[in-house]
Design a protein around this ligand. Structure first.
Ligand code: DPP
Ligand code: ZN
Length: 879
């Protein structure tokens, strides 16, 4: 399989300004007639190359209406080349496909009897032969024909311009999209769907019909998604001045989907997971995720669709920017501080490990074998951080002007990350040459910050940056980045105003914005009180790993008093991290300095009035095992797990009475509504439950929490805890695993997304027999390797969220994952490839597990029929 390189990019030889498709749908024999208007762009291009997969059959090929003799084209497994074509010609291609046999879920396939498509990144080549690249923009005219009985709803991009009856119980619809688009944004849906509709009027007065299509049994859970869509449309007008550009916006929810959702022009196709939400079946987090993803796909209409990517190396151009936009949207809809903490957590648990492992790649990769493997946390989430840093550096006002300029300059074009940065440079009047390294260099930078006083009484902050080697990049240049910080006086009445007297930076409302460019930077401040505490990396202003000389005492102070939620959270997390690491080195929690500070902080939080329930829940949480383990060499994950468990048990026991009192108080204050206050209270009571569940009689609390639950959030909080309790340990309170899991299953049997949760809690269980239980779950009648959500519920959860079980000392966790990857691969290579990453973490582990993990990778590689998707990742993981 070929490696594709950014350096080899060449503009297309031919443009295809128009394409018309006639698609006659049939479960096993769908016929596609594509008519392409081809115009030579490059005079040296003698032949035209069309991508096309071996999964379809070529049934006809004609140039300007004349069939092409077989000697005039070359057909191979990846497509076809046509020689000696004129400068301008019409190419007609007939293909035949078998959607019912398509288990890969790319191109045209069936989900519960509904025809649907997924064309990003390279799915269009499974529908017809076409130069499948994002820099070819065409006007689409699509005629769909299907059985009226099985497919009453026929949808494609743009506006429906015609429809009617056909003989033989069939009907048709013609859709025309007035905007030129790359083929990855083409979509088609045909099925028996119900529809929920609303109308939105844009601020310039255009009425837009919004339709949300779902299976009849799901339609009752679509209201939140539709309301979220309207909020997103209004928000993009208010914040970026961007309006919707067509008269109709359709969203379709399907159960079988590789990604979360897809932004096809005016016809988004969604995984049901990011559409359906009702209080009885979805958690508060599910509600937030639906809102965020609905927003994300909508925001793509401008950042992705109107302005698209020149090539797939530029994926972050649309994804990083659109994630940034959806983060801002969610921040404005809910709590900005909490949203930031969620985003930081995601970055640290998924992106940082990726960036320090064998699959590390820059935000703009230089090469790939399988582009589907690059829909990663680096491209998406680190990409969003890069946008956020640019906003810090040039300022919000210039950034907003830059966004407007970007749209003005590049609307209708397929552009690059470089085009975006240049626009921001022009708008901000700043040189971002060094900043561009964020797109080219992989790896998470480390900052080491130390403070001192010089002879003249000035306070000096010394910041050293470094970035560890990553695959193909042994040595890094220093990054240009914003470091937001402030000085927190110990005494609140202290009115001194520190000034920056040396070093690049400025005083803003949120603190000092310092700019780092050199490996070592010195910032000199005047008028800093001797006992002031530095509040560093406020708002997590750059995606870095921070090391400081801030004392435990100062951390305790920051955790109690900082006005920046991230710094407060981080101070508490640092106390937690240090305590767990001490415990791993056999320091009892109560006798280590970090442990004592942590215990005191917990007691302090629980004895005071809890002003902000959601933030309190964050402050009472310990960092996860993956995150702590990332900083440990020759890691034994089971040892780390035991240490963290011991810390949690000690924290619970130390404050038993306070925890029980707070728990009962907050449990009783729960209300079933979706206000942010109600959500915050549910979050805190769930977190408190996780502590009281560790106490004597804990199972009783769990059972009671479950029985009193009004919402899925409460029910899940209890079920997660119940799943940790071994059967024999449940007391008379009925909080035992089996009772509650059985009850849950019976209640929600008809709701596949809820059954995913049922699978996931078991895969996440701390019970000693979890691995055996997962093997049994694989045989459960409701388990299937064909549904991506179900596979992820068990295997992504088990391998990413249950380190102690995955890293079982004899390697059986690795074996189970490897086996599953080999089973899923022939069905759906994209889903299989998504499961590989945890096996690439062997370098971090102690020697025995290193060997076992490598053996599991070797086993996958020795499998002859392995897909290029899985192969690319396994090979990189072994290097
Ligand atoms: N559907 C994916 C997303 O929106 C890929 N574009 O991020
Ligand atoms: Zn996206």
């Amino acid at each position: 399989n070929k490696t594709i390189r950014l350096a080899d990019y060449k503009p297309p030889g031919f443009s295809i300004p128009r394409i018309s498709l006639v698609i006659s749908l049939d479960r096993h024999e769908t016929r596609v007639k594509a008519t392409l208007d081809c115009v030579r762009q490059d005079v040296t291009a003698a032949s035209i190359r069309l991508d096309g997969s071996a999964h379809m059959r070529l049934a006809g090929l004609a140039v300007d209406g004349r069939p092409v003799a077989e000697s005039l084209y070359d057909l191979d497994v990846d497509g076809l080349s046509l020689k000696n074509v004129p400068d301008h010609f019409t190419l007609t291609i007939d293909t035949v496909l078998d959607p019912a046999a398509n288990t890969r879920l790319e191109g045209l396939y069936l989900s519960e009897g509904c025809f649907c498509t997924q064309c990003e990144a390279e799915g269009f080549r499974h529908i017809t032969f076409f130069p499948d690249r994002p820099d070819i923009l065409s006007l689409y005219d699509v005629r769909i024909e299907a059985s009226r009985e099985h497919c009453p709803v026929l949808l494609s991009n743009g506006n429906r311009v015609e429809s009617g009856m056909l003989p033989g119980g069939r009907h048709y619809a013609v859709w025309r999209d007035p905007f030129p688009k790359p083929c990855y944004l083409f979509a088609l849906v045909a099925g028996d769907l119900e529809c929920l509709s609303e109308r939105f009027v844009t601020r310039s007065g255009r009425p837009v019909d919004l339709h949300l299509y779902a299976k009849p049994h799901d339609i009752g859970q679509c209201g939140h998604a539709l309301a979220s869509l309207k909020r997103a449309m209004r928000w993009d007008e208010d914040v970026f001045g961007l309006e919707y550009d067509l008269d109709v916006y359709n969203i379709v929810a399907v159960s079988d989907f590789n990604m979360g959702a897809m932004e096809n022009k005016s016809l988004n196709i969604f995984n049901t997971k990011f559409v359906l939400a009702a209080a009885e079946t979805a958690t508060d987090r599910d509600f937030d995720n639906v809102e965020g993803v609905i927003g994300h796909e909508y925001f793509h209409n401008w950042t992705g669709n109107r302005i698209t990517c020149r090539d797939w190396f530029q994926l972050s151009l649309k994804e990083g920017l659109t994630v940034f936009r959806d983060q801002e949207f969610s921040s404005d809809m809910g709590s900005r501080a909490l949203k930031r903490l969620d985003d930081v957590r995601l970055l640290r648990t998924i992106q940082f490990p990726e960036d320090s492992g064998p699959l590390a790649h820059p935000v703009r990769p230089d090469s790939y074998v399988e582009i589907n493997n690059f829909y990663t946390a680096t491209v998406y989430n680190k990409g969003a951080e890069v946008i956020r840093m640019m906003r810090h550096l040039i300022g919000t006002e210039a950034f907003q002007a830059g966004m407007a300029l970007y749209i003005e300059r590049h609307d209708g074009q397929a552009v690059t990350c470089e085009d975006f940065v240049r626009t921001m440079e022009d708008a901000g009047g700043r040189d971002l040459t060094q900043f561009r390294l964020w797109y080219a260099q992989s790896g998470t930078p480390h900052l080491d910050i130390r403070r001192s006083r010089d002879e003249t009484g000035m306070t000096v902050l010394e910041v050293v940056q470094s970035c560890p080697p990553t695959p193909g990049q042994p040595v890094k240049e220093p990054f240009h980045m914003p470091l937001l910080m402030d000085w927190l006086p110990r005494n609140a009445s202290d009115r001194s105003a520190p000034r920056l007297v040396d070093g690049t930076g400025q005083r803003l409302e949120q603190g000092f914005l310092l700019e780092l460019r050199k490996p070592v930077e010195r910032f000199v401040f005047a008028d800093v009180p001797v006992d002031a505490v530095p509040s560093l990396l406020r708002g997590f202003s750059a995606p870095v790993i921070l090391k400081t000389d801030v004392s435990l005492d100062d951390l305790s102070f920051l955790a109690r008093h900082d006005d920046d939620a991230f710094v407060r959270f981080e101070a508490a997390q640092t106390l937690g991290r240090k305590t767990v690491l001490d415990r791993m080195h056999d320091v009892p929690v109560g006798s280590g300095e970090a442990g004592q500070a942590l215990l005191a902080f917990f007691t302090h939080l629980l004895s005071g009035p809890l002003e902000d329930a959601a933030l309190t829940a964050e402050l009472l949480s310990l960092p996860g095992e993956t995150e702590i383990g990332d900083a440990v060499d020759a890691l034994d994950p089971v040892r780390l797990h035991r240490a963290r468990e011991a810390v949690l048990n000690t924290l619970a026991a130390n404050d038993a009475e306070l925890l029980q009192a707070s728990y009962t108080e907050y449990r009783d204050r729960q209300t079933p509504d979706l206000s942010s206050e109600a959500k915050a209270i549910r979050r805190l009571s769930g977190l408190l439950l996780s502590y009281v569940a560790r106490l004597e009689g804990g199972a009783g609390y769990v059972g009671e929490h479950y029985r009193r639950a009004f919402t899925m959030t409460e029910r899940m909080a209890a079920l997660v805890e119940a799943a940790h309790i071994p059967d024999h340990a449940a007391d008379g309170g009925g909080g035992g695993t089996t009772d509650l899991l059985d009850d849950f299953y019976r209640r929600y049997e008809e709701y596949p997304l809820v059954i995913d949760k049922w699978f996931a809690v078991q895969a996440q269980s701390r019970r000693g027999d979890t691995l055996q239980r997962i093997c049994k779950l694989k045989e459960h009648p409701a388990f299937t390797l064909h549904n991506p959500n179900r596979v992820r519920a068990v295997f992504t959860t088990f391998s990413m969220a249950n380190p102690a079980c995955f890293h079982t000392g004899d390697g059986s966790g690795y074996e189970l994952l490897a086996e599953t990857i080999m089973e899923v691969d022939p069905i759906n290579p994209q889903v299989a490839a998504r499961l590989v990453a945890p096996l690439g973490r062997w370098r971090r582990l102690e020697p025995t597990r290193q060997k076992l993990m490598r053996a599991a990778l070797e086993r996958i590689l020795s499998c002859k029929s392995i897909s290029s998707d899985v192969k690319e990742l396994v090979q990189k993981s072994l290097q």
